[in-house]
Ligand binder design. Sequence first.
Ligand code: SAH
Length: 242
Amino acid sequence: MQMTPAGKQLLLRAGAELGLNLEPHIPQFSTYFELLSEANQTTNLTAIRDEAGIILKHFVDSLTCLTYPGLVEGMSVIDVGTGAGFPGLPIAIVQPSTQFDLLDATQKKTAFVARVIQTLGLRNARVLWGRSEELAHQSVKRETYGAALTRAVASMATVAELTLPLIQVGGFVLVQKGAEVEREVAEARGALSKLGGQLEQIFHLKLPIIGDARTLVVLRKIAPTPHQYPRKPGVPAKNPLS
Ligand code: SAH
């Protein structure tokens, strides 16, 4: 299914609310939309399938990360648990000089993301199939990224263990969450200090057009992560640090 003229207008309007001019990127979002709705007919990539939903709750929701001023052009960023490419791929489309690694443990998802990257001709995005618990112990990747992004992957303490080991000291993690985060954040305090991280800021925002409440949690890496973290695959989710 192609993106309709009304869909393109919606994307432009929502982008403008975020201070972004998406006009030059409409062809790429439109192709991404087409590939996603096509793939969704045979593979269960995402639960959101209607045009406005894909545009606002996937594309635009991903782009809300750009309201955090630290996510600047030229960085090296990893999206942990990218699924069908969110939030990393929409940001890669609008920030061509930022390098993105899009990581997911599920091969049917990374295969889809690889197809989108290839079809769009994106030179600043690359897909990694694997688990962050393993990637973070590879010396070529550990503590090498300026930032990590993550949406809808796990609770705060688990996400901290899956992302902080990959980030350079001084870098940050942007965690996209729904309306309520305070309790999760409070419960992650112990985990953050064990991993060399600290809570920097919680931004409350509203999704353009529909106004759904969202939060962006910024974790700052302030010290190297001890080598025992992350623990073995599955353990950070099963038994979160406290
Ligand atoms: N970020 C996407 C997908 C969320 S679903 C979105 O918001 O739409 C969570 C995804 O995280 C799944 O695709 C799953 O395969 C991946 N995932 C969960 N734990 C992971 C891990 N430890 N390493 C890599 N990927 C992981």
